[in-house]
Design a binder for this molecule. Sequence first.
Ligand code: ADP
Length: 536
Amino acid sequence: MASQMISSVFSRALVSSTRSTLSQGRACQLRRVVCRYSTTAAAEEPITPPVKVKYTQLLINGKFVDSASGKKFKTNDPRTGNVIAEVAEGDVEDINRAVAAARKAFDEGPWPKMTAYQRSQILLKFADLLDQHTDEIAALETWDNGKPYEQAAKIELPMCARIMRYYAGWADKIHGLTMPADGPHHVQTLHEPIGVAGQIIPWNFPLLMFVWKIGPALACGNSVVMKTAEQTPLTALYAAKLLHEAGLPDGVLNVVSGYGPTAGAALASHMDVDKLAFTGSTETGKLVLEMAAKSNLKSVTLELGGKSPFIVCKDADIDKAVELAHFALFFNQGQCCCAGSRTYVHESVYNEFVEKAKARAIKRVVGDPFRKDIEQGPQIDSEQFEKVMQYIRSGIESGAKLETGGEQLGSKGFYIQPTVFSNVNEDMLIAKDEIFGPVQSILKFKDLGEVVRRANASPYGLAAGVFTQDIDTANTLARALRVGTVWVNCFDVFDAGIPFGGYKMSGQGREKGIYSLMNYLQVKAVVTPLKDPAWL
Ligand code: ADP
């Protein structure tokens, strides 16, 4: 299929070589680049998505309702920029309504008072419903986000159901401890839900981020107000409806679509929200942390940006490393916070690696994400598209060598050619900033001490990849790298039980796994004097 998709091989001098911002030398460099990608799908009429949009209102207190203002916003198809649907636009008043419903469900409602086993049964039923509706939800996800349908249907949706089952399994295994104490006292801890959790999620994995957030919150007995990303409101509404069909009581999960500075800020600064969980950019993470501190000091977990190093040692299996470095960067259109966006390659294998990385990028199948075997769809929207294109121009201007790509693909929507730069160094913006697009930057290193220093010299610390066949090198690098996840001879392995989160400015706290539960629990110490210690 891949060969079919690239059968419409074309050669063209990149038109942007005339861009006024480029120096003469750089323009010449651009003209020499010959690209071979599948343009067919990007150029053809987009495939009609095999799904209808059913839910566009806010979900508050178990009912779909219009926004208090009656306002709506448009959600667009990244393949064309055309409007998919108009969605109710939540704002301060809607967040107030949603928080009031969540508060009532927590303080008076059945959720925290149900047995943990009953809660787990509802979460399990929800996972089954996700499985039953995979095709429809995956199609909505692809339509709203632009990610390949096969990826949504075969990887992400099953992962969502798996994660919900993981948390359903935890619901009746959350309990405190007893501990010895001086004085004659009986001491125990109770692990209690915090209360109302406010959750703000991004657009790159709309449904996956939804379940990463609601899974631990609901398993621990909290109620939730979720603010989805304005670019991708559709699948969370669909899934929330299924969760109610599974038996979730009204008010326990409320979903408010809307913009960050309005609905998002209202949630982060709400006095009746007890906990805030945020995934998004580091800049916005700082803002919501400040809002939480200035309002009611709600506890905050943050999963933020990254600039993850991917280190290829001289003894690595080069073909495997090339393929995984390609996957680490280009997966999900490069729109991953943990993307391996600084590819460090040992000098002894650098030239071979660059040639192979370039050949692999040229082979990448880009096009309508509803087509089978498509590897890359469009970027999410025009804003992200422009941002990525600016970084590409900046890479060229700063002297990196453009090996392939660098241009828009087709003329509709937000497709970008898979782009590879070599001769990159850390002074260049493309090696410092989170690009969030299909742009691979390959840097050269000489020895391990040097590459560790360079890899760690970043304000981010989300993840890293290490490629070597030497166990001692792998273990030493894994300890030396100041990041939340080190993948050794693999990348982007996400399992429900594996904690994920960042060091430094990549975040605070961990999601998934046992570590995520503590984000949604209060620990209460209960101390009781013992009656007559004499006969103990
Ligand atoms: P990105 O640049 O990838 O869109 P953002 O950090 O801007 O990342 O967005 C992530 C989430 O944060 C989205 O749901 C967005 O609406 C929300 N958001 C953006 N700005 C704010 C803000 N000022 N307050 C609260 N939430 C915000």
